[in-house]
Design a protein around this ligand. Structure first.
Ligand code: THU
Length: 383
């Protein structure tokens, strides 16, 4: 059950990147070094020291000091956030709903304390709206280490799996995951599929995508698509529960891409018929790919679909399959063979989507039950 929400600041609650970079450019320019926006890109959200020292190091520039850069920034930043609107959409609504639903909230930012407090004020909130505010001064190791989130969890008295981390950067996502929290990626600076492939449990455009909610259960449903009486089970082993909430289109295009890549590695010297497959694990939204691997003893050949299932199980244990894609150079695109369908039945739902694609992207979409309506299920395993 969700009991707390842990928010990164920049890219989640506010967008102060533009102001920070333009002040950074102004500072270095006053020292005789001319930098562009691009020079700062890799150092956003990594703490003030890295923000200045990163671009300076890249240019081999030493004639500056952190203390000076910091005070140069502070006065200008405080002035500008009063005039420019930096609040991101949906922040106030989520804070209000969380409060009403009895959820705890924390801001966990690698920015200096003065900046975090100024940003909270610029949103039109007060630091007392949050139960905990953690900033650079509270921790030694910045994101991607999990310290900042672990520290917030300890102060809130909450277990990692009871808190949801909201992050927009890959480093921040890694920090949330390192602390053991489910993480939601915001597509404010990185594309959704990259957030997913770096472990985000769900992706949203920004906090406005959540809208109003009245309880922890409702929020969980909105974020991850889990409803207690709506838990689906998979296959003969009754694998569950599932999690959802991710953008299906993103997962499909990523799975197709991975299946195509795997297909290129197919070992098919006998048939010359290369197949790639990829499946989406229902528990983690991770995608596992496989290709066909043939053998001198033809019967020992393994199909792409079974290969993908085996690597998924090696990584996660028994899995539920949310989506399967199969890519081949065939017209119409080839379906899984009967042997693969039987193996798939162990881990699929009747409604699991199976997308068959050729190399030009022409697709036929089936439900698993249409391909194998009556799989053999061991008597003691039948529902
Ligand atoms: N193959 C697959 O990989 N998946 C299927 O479902 C159909 C067949 C492979 C196995 C063999 O390497 C080649 O295609 C020709 O049968």
């Amino acid at each position: 059950m969700i009991r707390a929400l842990l928010f990164d600041m920049d890219g989640v609650l506010v967008d102060s990147e533009g102001i920070a970079i333009s002040i950074g450019i102004e500072y270095f320019s006053s020292k005789g070094l001319h930098l562009s926006q691009e020079d700062f890109k890799n150092y956003i959200g990594t703490g003030e020291e890295n923000f200045f020292s990163g671009p300076a190091k890249e240019k081999g520039f030493h004639d500056w000091s952190l203390k000076e850069a910091s005070s140069f920034t502070r006065s200008r930043y405080l002035d500008r956030v009063k005039k420019e609107s930096i609040a991101l959409a949906g922040v106030k609504e989520v804070v209000k709903s969380s409060r009403k639903a009895g959820l705890l909230m924390a801001v966990c930012s690698s920015a200096p304390t003065w900046k975090v407090l100024a940003n909270i004020e610029a949103i039109g909130l007060e630091s007392s709206d949050f139960d905990v505010v953690v900033s650079a001064a509270d921790i030694k190791r910045n994101k991607p280490y999990g310290d900042i989130y672990q520290f917030a969890l300890i102060r809130l008295g909450i277990a990692p799996d009871e808190a949801v981390v909201f992050e927009d950067s890959l480093g921040g996502l890694a920090a949330g995951i390192a602390a053991g929290c489910p993480t939601v990626g915001l597509e404010t600076s990185v594309e959704g599929d990259r957030l997913l492939s770096h472990g985000a449990k769900a992706v949203i455009k920004d906090l406005s995508a959540i809208g109003e909610f009245k309880s922890s259960e409702e929020l969980e449903q909105k974020l991850f698509g889990v409803k207690k009486d709506d838990m689906l089970v998979y296959g003969a082993n009754l694998i569950g529960p599932i999690k959802g909430g991710c953008n299906k289109e993103i997962l499909l295009s990523q799975a197709l891409e991975m299946a195509k890549k795997a297909r290129a590695n197919a070992y098919a010297p006998y048939s010359k018929f290369k197949v790639g497959a990829a499946l989406v694990s229902a528990a983690t939204n991770k995608i596992y790919a496989g290709c066909n691997v043939e053998n001198s003893s033809y019967g020992a050949t393994i199909c792409a679909e079974r290969n993908a299932i085996l690597s998924a199980i090696a990584a996660e244990g028994a899995i539920g399959i949310d989506l399967l894609v199969v890519v081949s150079d065939d017209n119409p695109p080839a379906p899984p063979c009967a042997l693969c369908l039987q193996v798939l039945a162990e881990f699929s739902r009747p409604e699991t989507e199976v997308v068959l694609s050729d190399l030009d992207g022409n697709k036929n979409v089936y439900l698993f039950k249409d391909l194998l309506p009556n799989p053999f299920i061991f008597p003691t395993m039948r529902k």
